[in-house]
Design a protein around this ligand. Structure first.
Ligand code: PMP
Length: 345
């Protein structure tokens, strides 16, 4: 007799590392090198790595409390916000339960629901944007969690304050709403809400954020959750494997919060580049939806593979979704110029 994995796991595709390319615009990373102050904090933390990290990440939690004006019991952190998202699903949904989320959206959501072994209602986007009415209608008595990815990966679109508030008011109070705001720092449009503000006074709402994008620490894996109800943050703390976030990552995250102003300037540059790239690609005939993140979406449909191959021939790697479109990350000015040139006939 041989050993058998669970059925959901057997049917999952195995991870295949993507091919590298000179210009990588595939993972929504920050094109800037880490700040000197962050590298210094990492070097100091490196001197203590014979010890396990602080499992309560007290310096990081305190810094987040100061940033958001919340209490430590409302904060939880983990090995990237993707892992925090998985912990939330593990903590709230079990056999026979389901999660509602938009599709296409962040690729990890189906992975998480499959691995955890819960059902999912994946609600098609409408005009590249979350269809909140349809998501609301999909909630049934076994729905435990609804995820709203705002701005949405991979389309860059965002739902506005009025629409999201009406949705939050309508979601039954036994359903936890997760506002995945991995790209929130890139939002420049005042009508797109700050989830932490909307969360206040709503015990069934929590917000996921990350140090991987605007804070430029993708390689270190730190994300966090802010919840109105401390019980939600407690679930994330309970489902975290001990010592999931290294002391180096914790120190870098704290140093990045201290350098908030400097990092915001970089975000402003990326936002200006995003607008420049969007305009240039629209002039080339692409119908780019308004992006509120550090990437743009090219709805290429059946031409997706062909365009991805053309970019690859120019040494550029985007993130194609065959038959649907391609997401391209906003890189440095030179990288963006190369992208525009490669897409110019
Ligand atoms: N949420 C969304 C919408 C994302 O696009 C990503 C990263 N691609 C994450 C969460 C995860 O970020 P991390 O695990 O690096 O914190």
């Amino acid at each position: 007799m041989s050993v058998h994995p669970r059925e959901q796991i057997s049917s999952l595709p195995a991870y295949r590392p993507g091919k590298s390319a000179p210009i990588k615009l595939a993972s929504n990373e920050n094109p800037n090198a880490p700040l000197p102050s962050v590298i210094e904090a990492i070097a100091i933390a490196a001197g203590g790595i014979n010890r396990y990290p602080d499992n309560g990440a007290s310096a990081l939690v305190d810094a987040l409390c100061a940033k958001y004006d919340v209490k430590p019991e409302q904060v939880a952190y983990g090995c990237g916000s993707v892992t925090v998202c998985e912990q939330i699903i593990q903590g709230y949904a079990g056999d026979g339960d389901n999660v509602v989320h938009a599709w296409r959206s962040f690729e990890a959501y189906p992975l998480i629901t499959e691995i955890v072994g819960v059902g999912a209602h994946r609600i098609p986007l409408r005009e590249h944007t979350h269809d909140l009415d349809a998501m609301l209608a999909a909630i049934d008595d076994r729905t435990r969690v609804v995820i709203v990815c705002n701005p949405n990966n991979p389309t860059g679109t965002a739902v506005g304050e009025e629409e999201l508030t009406a949705f939050l008011d309508a979601v039954p109070s036994h359903v936890l709403v997760v506002l995945d705001e991995a790209y929130t720092e890139y939002v420049a449009d005042g009508s797109v809400p700050d989830g932490v503000r909307l969360m206040r006074g709503r015990p069934n709402v929590c917000v996921l954020r990350t140090f991987s994008k605007a804070y430029g620490l993708a390689g270190l894996r730190v994300g966090y959750l802010i919840a109105e109800d401390p019980a939600v943050a407690e679930v994330v703390r309970k489902t975290m494997m001990p010592f999931s976030v290294s002391s180096i990552a914790q120190a870098a995250a704290v140093a990045s919060l201290e350098a908030d102003a400097e990092l915001r300037e970089r975000v402003t540059e990326t936002v200006a580049e995003r607008d420049r790239v969007s305009t240039a690609l629209r002039e080339l005939g692409h119908e780019i939806p308004d992006s509120h993140a550090n990437f743009v979406w090219l709805p290429l449909g059946e031409q997706t593979d062909e365009v991805a191959a053309r970019l690859a021939a120019s040494g550029i790697m985007g993130r194609p979704f065959s038959g649907e479109g391609m997401r391209v990350t906003i890189g440095s000015r030179e990288e963006n110029d190369a992208l525009i040139a490669a897409l110019t006939p």
